[in-house]
Design a protein around this ligand. Structure first.
Ligand code: MSP
Length: 668
């Protein structure tokens, strides 16, 4: 019997157009949904939009539309983007859906009637854009909001409160006894130590200052505040409170709520206690992913660095974006996005590795055997080891995907791609083709490559759904679904002899990086131009920054020449950062624990002004391991992390391997 798998994305705010950060979250969720379908689970994948609140009201006003017209427009933008990205949701919920609104009112009423919601006067520091109250100690001296940095106001209003405190102990126990409930584990510790253990306050759940919201059914002046409106979407979409709620019976509790790190608190504290109050089981897991940064900076409209995913997709295809985000952004941590990194990854992984493997294999099959797959003859040791790698890859992908580790899953698939490319170089089919008596061997070599490509195609389906049908078509497997299933990977060698391959255009035509500088300038100019329309001052600043960057590009004075032997004295290794913390009373220092092969050691590094401990954990870096130890602030540092910096050390960027490597590998 198949297992059910219910997964959700957050519902996205309709206060602005979707950007690549939203796309990141939906791409991860879609990949999981497709993966679970592939392994035979019955999947229910929910996404949608969060459409109420003051911000939406203001945005609507700015654009001269009614709130409903405004959210309708933004909602279409989200749907269009999901279509372009192949997001295969099973249901889409909008908080303005009549069905959702009624269900939220019923939930509110139930909680009120059972005494979990009560009314009282409330006053405090309130941030209008964030729609949040803050306590004195959360604000800085100028009384600015800790979230958005804007000035708060003093607001007094009557509000309904939810008795969160009543459920706190039960929740603490649940978190302690279910280590998989909040993932990654670091987020669970954060929730416990920062919010639950210090004691949970009751939560204000209505506003009178907002018009655009769901009215409290028995007191319509009060609007149900966003979280109590938004969070229940995960059950109202399944028909909770309906007479016929078969979906609820079948799919609740959810297997996974995938959410960004800034909203993990709402999902691991408020949402579970609402469910406890409703006497419903808690979701099995809440996974908090990191943020996508642009040039290591937070993406924001005011900075003008918001990446429009539509432009990227139109130019490079949706799978190129999916591949980059799933393979290069470390799951659970923040990851960087720059156009240059994206293009490099496209050329290396997609054009060179995957694209070339397919085009070389199919081209040789056509050239030497009119495209017809031959029989596989006598095996060499090398054939065996390669097919063994293919056979093992699904297992690795499965175990990685069961813990939402997209990086690891794709790295395993790419190992098979790399191994197959190497196999071509080792066997030199073009040399075999010169002798008639090597024809059988030639057929066998091409068989192995083609069967590997079938494995790669099957495994890549959840990650790159636009590309895999093209791979199957070229392999001659279009419409032959039994050869595209997860089960078909149980036996290596299922690709039938006689299959006819057909070469088509390149999967990923290379991007010409030669005119990079010119392109960069064009882009900077285009960006400056765009921004100028809105903000001339900011555009000028960008222009100056661009010039500064160009000045920095002039190579500073070089050190005296060294010999290769001098260079060989330095032992550089790939290391993985497994823990990291600030060094007390040292603003610039971080204490890192790095794993190098089977060993680990401590390194103190002066990068605390440029990286937070959370974003470093999990990263692979390059380390000098034979440097004499040095003690900083009482901590013995055994090695040095490689980083690039400008002259003044005002910008520091650590060096990471371009692909995931094994920790301990030599760098030379
Ligand atoms: N409406 C709430 C969620 C309610 S769920 C019951 C919300 N919406 S949001 O549009 O602001 O964010 C939706 C998701 O997009 C969040 O998980 C958030 O982390 C994610 N992202 C928005 N910008 C992002 C990046 N730059 N990078 C990665 N994800 C980010 O919060």
């Amino acid at each position: 019997m198949s297992k059910t798998y219910y997964l959700t994305t957050p519902i996205y705010y309709t206060s602005g157009s979707p950007h690549v950060g939203h796309a990141y979250c939906s791409i991860m969720a879609d990949t999981l949904a497709r993966f679970h379908r592939l392994i035979g689970d019955e999947v229910f994948f929910l996404t949608g939009t969060d459409e109420h609140g003051q911000k939406v009201e203001e945005k609507a006003q700015e654009s001269g539309k009614s709130p409903q017209d405004y959210v309708d427009t933004i909602d279409l933008e989200f749907k269009a983007l999901w279509k372009k990205l192949g997001i295969s949701y099973d249901a889409y919920i909008r908080t303005t859906d009549q069905k959702h609104k009624l269900a939220v009112q019923k939930i509110f009423l139930k909680l009120y009637e059972q005494g979990d919601i009560y009314k009282k006067d409330y006053e405090g520091h309130y941030c209008v854009p964030c729609e949040a109250y803050w306590t004195d100690h959360q604000l800085d001296e100028e009384k600015n909001c800790p979230d958005c940095g804007r000035q708060v106001i003093w607001l007094k209003e009557e509000s309904y409160f939810f008795k969160a405190s009543k459920y706190a102990d039960r929740l603490i126990e649940h978190i302690e006894t279910n280590p998989k409930f909040i993932q990654p584990v670091s987020r669970a510790n954060e929730m416990m130590n920062n919010f639950l253990k210090p004691g949970l306050q009751d939560i204000s759940v209505t506003r009178t200052s907002v018009d655009w919201g769901i009215p409290v059914p028995f007191d319509p002046e009060h609007k149900i505040y966003v979280w109590i409106d938004a969070l229940p979407n995960y059950i109202t979409a399944l028909g909770y409170t309906d007479e016929h709620d078969q979906l609820m019976q079948k799919f609740w509790p959810a297997d996974l709520h995938l959410v960004g790190k800034e909203i993990i608190r709402f999902h691991t504290i408020i949402w579970p206690i609402i469910l406890m109050a409703l006497d419903l089981p808690l979701p099995k897991q809440i996974f908090g992913h990191g943020w996508l940064l642009f040039d290591n900076d937070k993406m924001s409209k005011s900075k003008g660095n918001v990446v429009d995913p539509v432009e990227l997709i139109d130019q490079y295809g949706s799978d190129a974006l999916r591949h980059y985000l799933l393979s290069k952004v470390p799951v659970g941590n923040d990851g960087n996005f720059t156009i240059d990194l994206f293009k490099q990854s496209y050329n290396t992984d997609l054009a060179n590795d995957l694209g070339n493997l397919l085009s070389r294999t199919v081209a040789m099959q056509e050239r030497y055997f009119q495209g017809v797959v031959q029989n596989c003859q006598e095996l060499t040791e090398e054939d065996r080891s390669m097919s063994e790698l293919a056979r093992k890859t699904p297992e690795i992908v499965l175990s990685a995907m069961l813990v939402n580790d997209f990086n690891k899953a794709l790295a395993a698939i790419w190992r098979l791609i790399d191994r197959s490319n190497k196999y071509i170089d080792e066997n030199e089919p073009w040399v075999l083709a010169r002798s008639e008596d090597k024809r059988e061997r030639l057929g066998t070599v091409l068989y192995y490559l083609s069967e590997n490509l079938r494995y790669i195609g099957v495994l890549l389906q959840p990650f790159m759904p636009e590309t895999t049908p093209k791979i199957f078509r070229q392999l001659g497997l279009m419409g032959r679904t039994p050869l595209q299933t997860w089960q078909s990977l149980e036996t290596y060698g299922r690709l039938p002899q006689g299959t006819v391959m057909v070469k088509e255009e390149a999967l990923f035509p290379r991007i010409d990086l030669k005119n990079k500088k010119a392109e960069q300038n064009d882009r900077a100019k285009a960006q400056a131009g765009k921004k100028k329309e809105k903000d001339k001052g900011a555009a000028q600043k960008m222009e100056t920054e661009k010039q500064e960057v160009e000045t920095e590009n002039i190579l500073p004075e070089l050190k005296p020449q060294i010999t290769i032997d001098d260079f060989a004295k330095v032992d550089f290794r790939i290391a993985e950062i497994i823990a990291c913390e600030r060094v007390p009373k040292a603003d610039r220092l971080l204490k890192l624990t790095v794993k190098i092969g089977e060993t680990s050691r401590t390194i103190v590094s002066g990068i605390a002004e440029h990286y937070t401990p959370e974003e470093l954990v999990g990263k692979q870096v390059c380390v000098v391991v034979n440097l004499a130890p040095h003690v900083f602030r009482g901590i013995k540092s055994e090695g040095m992390l490689l980083a690039a910096s400008d002259d003044k050390d005002s910008k520091i960027i650590i060096l990471e391997p371009e692909k995931r490597a094994e920790s301990g590998w030599k760098v030379r």
